[in-house]
Design a protein around this ligand. Structure first.
Ligand SMILES: [Zn+2]
Length: 400
């Protein structure tokens, strides 16, 4: 049992409650939130940690969407336009994969943990990140990805996917959840998507990330025409946008990007599941920004280092804060913190994301550089000043 006390507790509940001068008692679950003296009396054997002045306790961050297998990219891939980027990914995929071995991914996960991220959604294309994701103390939802638009190859692609999925299922635990990722409407044949969905696992998919995708799905035109010609001379889109979204009805789904989605599509995604915002990736790949005012349960994610320079959610929050200039920064900072905690937990069906009795003991402490007079600005100051956590607990176990 551990008791941690700090000047401020950010509960990350709907009201964005901030409690002053309280402590949390927890083991693998949160037992109680009360003044320190009451907790030490009630739990005399608990280890007590007193955070430094101006510290904040909050639930660990949850980054619902990243591609660890592309972590070796720094200066390899082309940015600015989605199709140029995609071509550069295809060209450099083998090189990037060979540089991104298990030890490399272990190091990336260590950095992610330092930022105070206690849960991730890892989109896995090849299974090369499996061992690292099983070993890490971070909670992982492991999305085995399937894609392929050639109907003749459906069985072979499905069997490869199934092999990876079954392998990941061997490691299922409280902190490791096998799941599936259906890549996107432009890349995945509906027969393949339907087969994978029958697994009835949590599912992630990219949707409407670029103008090229919009043009291709709506009118078989745009930059994807030439791209697909390189693989098949008479290629046609394999999905329509709406019929693709309909495939996911009844399944727990995380939709990622949606920057070019229509009002109707946004509504459908809000009804079916949740929408994930990856502002840095969208910026680098030449997309629009997501209209986050139209998203019901917003989650925030970094995407992979194939389209970002950081997997630190504090960096992503700062980027989002700067691009959504029409929203008041204090209000937006609160929304972004909820998008990285409570909303993300809901999207991944985890028992965390808030400081509340009975939830997992996934707790971080952060140190602000100075006293906060105006508590309404606390969220904004965290987004502006924090890069890493001081103390990190996952299911009650102290990390670092
Ligand atoms: Zn992605």
């Amino acid at each position: 049992m551990t008791i941690v006390s700090a000047d401020y507790l950010l509960t990350c509940d709907k009201e964005f409650k901030i409690v002053k001068n309280q402590a949390i008692c927890f083991d693998s679950k949160i037992k109680e939130i009360a003044p320190l003296k009451d907790l030490t009396k009630r739990y005399p054997d608990a280890k007590v940690i007193l955070c430094e002045s101006n510290s904040v306790l909050m639930p660990g961050l949850i980054n619902v969407h990243m591609h660890l297998e592309f972590s070796a990219n720094k200066t390899t891939l082309d940015y600015g336009d989605f199709i140029s980027w995609l071509n550069s990914v295809i060209k450099s995929r083998d090189d990037l994969s060979s540089r991104c071995d298990e030890a490399y991914i272990d190091g990336v996960l260590k950095d992610i943990l330092k930022s105070g991220t206690t849960t991730i959604g890892a989109i896995s294309s090849f299974g090369a990140d499996l061992n690292s994701c099983v070993k890490t103390p971070i909670n992982v939802v492991y999305f085995n990805e399937v894609l392929g638009s050639n109907p003749a190859a459906v069985d072979a692609l499905y069997n490869d996917f199934l092999g990876r999925l079954e392998e990941s299922k061997r490691y299922e635990s409280d902190s490791f959840t096998p799941a599936i990722s259906i890549h996107s409407p432009y890349s995945t044949h509906p027969i393949l998507a339907k087969k994978a969905l029958l697994q009835s696992l949590l599912v992630s998919t990219h949707f409407m990330e670029s103008k090229a995708e919009r043009d291709w799905l709506d009118c078989s035109s745009g930059d994807f025409v030439q791209f697909f010609k390189n693989f098949a001379p008479d290629a046609k889109p394999v999905n329509e946008a709406i019929s693709y979204l309909e495939l996911f009805k009844g399944y727990k789904t995380l939709f990622t990007h949606a920057t070019l989605a229509t009002e109707k599509e946004l509504e459908m995604m809000n009804d079916i599941g949740t929408i994930t915002h990856c502002p840095v990736s969208n910026r680098l790949l030449g997309s629009k920004k997501l209209d986050i005012k139209k998203v019901k349960n917003l989650t925030l994610a970094t995407d992979g280092l194939s389209s970002n320079s950081s997997l630190n959610l504090w960096d992503e929050m700062r980027a989002a804060l700067m691009i959504h200039e029409s929203i008041d920064p204090n209000l937006l900072a609160k929304e972004l913190i909820l998008a990285s905690t409570a909303n993300a937990s809901k999207a991944l069906y985890k028992n965390s994301g808030m400081l509340e009795k009975g939830l997992d003991g996934d707790i971080i402490s952060l140190k602000l550089p100075d006293v906060v007079e105006n508590l309404d600005a606390l969220a904004l100051f965290l987004v502006l000043h924090i890069d890493k956590a001081e103390h990190i607990f996952i299911k009650g176990i102290k990390q670092q």
